[in-house]
Each structure stands twice: as structure tokens, then as C-alpha cells.
Design a protein around this ligand. Structure first.
Ligand SMILES: Nc1ncnc2c1ncn2[C@@H]1O[C@H](COP(=O)(O)OP(=O)(O)O)[C@@H](O)[C@H]1O
Ligand SMILES: Nc1ccn([C@@H]2O[C@H](COP(=O)(O)OP(=O)(O)O)[C@@H](O)[C@H]2O)c(=O)n1
Length: 237
């Protein structure tokens, strides 16, 4: 009998696990590890907003000017790896995997993310990247995945943590700025991002995982447990 999973053109669409949450809640790192363990792909949507902010800065654009951001997005040649073991982000020939984490990009990204044309374009891109995955599933993480990008995903999670814990996690990563500066930037960005999408409260049907008192391993396990429950034990632990 023909194996249904290898029939050309009739492959099943990957299952989408949508994860939203504020900065420093653990979305990227936890999603990447959970994807590895599930044998899934992983799509960091914030990387695209950061890459566009980087691109606009390279062009010398004012990222608080909507028209300038829209112009910069016109020749935005973006590519990202969905493989959790080989993460890279490119614009044109430039590998900007590390550059998009620079504080100057972090400070500019909310300005780019509030532009409706940019959100519409990137939302379509995220949908086609996720559905084009050859793996059985994709974990897609960001701010509006459970509500806008993939509201029909079978698994939808809001990953939260207290503001103090999130600021402490982020400042442990950023060595070029003091803890107070990192915490203030994170608060500012969350406040600005919240005016565009509500990622602090769970939409109906979205499961909350609060990682405030969980370590990294416990958080990954909590996500895998939700995946197991929501997929009727098809995936997850
Ligand atoms: N539950 C956790 N306990 C401790 N540290 C964590 C936990 N989850 C994530 N981290 C660490 O916190 C930092 C921020 O996580 P990250 O995945 O970048 O968050 P986000 O993508 O939500 O901004 C990373 O250094 C990560 O390794
Ligand atoms: N789905 C998404 C993902 C990110 N973003 C924007 O992109 C920025 C960077 O996202 P990120 O996930 O890399 O941020 P961190 O939480 O990792 O710091 C956010 O501050 C938002 O402005 C968004 O608007 N919608």
C-alpha cells in the first residue's frame, strides 16, 4: 500500500503551535527547544520585524516615520531558517542573525511594527513560511500569532512572566547596557507594542503558561504538555 505521508502533492499541512507573549517571557528560546524535541520547525516572527528595522537603519531611514518605513519595506529581501538547529536571518547577502539583537535595532523595532502595511505583508509571509514547512509541525512565536497570524491553530499559548523576571532575564543577556537601562527599554517597548496588539491577555481558547517561577527546562516541559493535551496526545510529552 502507498505510504500516505509520501504521496506527491498530498502531504498533510504542518500542525501550527502558536505562541505569543511579552519580551523576555522566553518565547524564542523555549519555542526553539520545544521544536527540537518535537521534530518541528520554529519560526521567530520578531526576527522579521527586527530585520526590517535593521534594514531601515542601514538605509538611514527615520524609523518613527511611517512613510519612510513603508519605503524601506519595498526592497526588503528577507530570508530566515526555520531549522531550530541552524538558526540564521538574512537580508540580501548579509547575515544579520546577531546584528538584529543590537540595542539600536531593539529601540527602533516598535516603530516599524506599528505600520499596518508592514504587519499585513509580514503576516502573509509568516503564513506561507509556516505552511511551506516540510516538518510535521511548526512552532510560530511572536505577539499576534494566536490572534492574527494563526487564530485557527490547534495549539495556542500565551507565555508570560512577571515584569521583574523578564527584565532580569533580558539584562543577563545584554552585556553592553546596565540592568536599569535594559529594564527601562523593555518596559518602553512592551508599552509601545501593546498599543498595536494585546499580547498581555489571553484570547478565548488560548492557554496561559506563566514561567515566572519555572526554570527553562520546566517551561519547555510545560509547553510540551500543552501541545500534548491540545493535540489529543498526538504530539508532545
Ligand atoms: N523559564 C526560564 N527561566 C530562566 N531563564 C529563561 C526562561 N525562559 C527563558 N529564559 C532565558 O531568558 C532569556 C530571554 O528569553 P527569550 O527566549 O529571548 O524571550 P523572548 O523571546 O520572549 O523575548 C534567554 O536568555 C533565555 O535563555
Ligand atoms: N508577531 C510579532 C512579533 C514581533 N513584533 C515586534 O517585533 C519586536 C521584536 O520582537 P521579538 O520577539 O524579537 O522581541 P523579544 O521579545 O525577543 O525581545 C517586538 O517588540 C514587536 O514590536 C510584532 O509586532 N509582532
Amino acid at each position: 500500500m502507498t505510504d500516505p505521508t509520501t504521496t506527491t502533492g498530498l502531504e498533510l499541512a504542518p500542525i501550527i503551535v502558536a505562541i505569543d507573549g511579552p519580551a523576555g517571557s522566553g518565547k524564542s528560546s523555549v519555542s526553539k527547544e520545544a521544536a527540537r524535541r518535537l521534530g518541528f520547525d520554529f519560526l521567530d516572527t520578531g526576527a522579521a520585524y527586527r530585520a526590517l528595522a535593521w534594514h531601515a537603519l542601514e538605509l538611514g531611514a527615520d524609523t518613527s516615520d511611517l512613510d519612510a518605513v513603508v519605503s524601506a519595506s519595498a526592497d526588503f529581501d528577507y530570508a530566515i531558517s526555520l531549522d531550530p538547529d541552524q538558526h540564521w536571518v538574512r537580508v540580501g547577502e548579509a547575515d544579520i542573525t546577531d546584528a538584529i539583537r543590537q540595542p539600536r535595532v531593539t529601540d527602533a523595532v516598535s516603530g516599524v511594527a506599528r505600520v499596518p502595511e508592514v504587519r499585513a505583508t509580514l503576516t502573509s509571509l509568516f503564513r506561507s513560511l509556516a505552511t511551506g514547512s516540510a516538518k510535521p509541525g511548526v512552532i510560530v512565536e511572536g505577539r499576534d500569532i494566536t490572534t492574527v497570524v494563526a487564530p485557527d491553530a490547534p495549539v495556542r499559548i500565551l507565555l508570560t512572566a512577571s515584569p521583574e523576571v523578564r527584565a532580569a532575564r533580558r539584562s543577563a543577556e545584554v552585556t553592553t547596557q546596565d540592568a536599569a537601562t535594559v529594564a527601562a527599554a523593555l518596559r518602553r517597548r512592551d508599552a509601545s507594542d501593546s498599543t498595536v496588539v494585546d499580547f498581555m491577555t489571553a484570547a478565548p481558547g488560548v492557554v496561559v503558561v506563566d514561567s515566572t517561577t519555572l526554570d527553562f527546562e520546566q517551561t519547555v516541559n510545560a509547553i510540551l504538555e500543552v501541545v500534548r493535551t491540545e493535540t489529543g496526545a498526538r504530539y508532545g510529552r
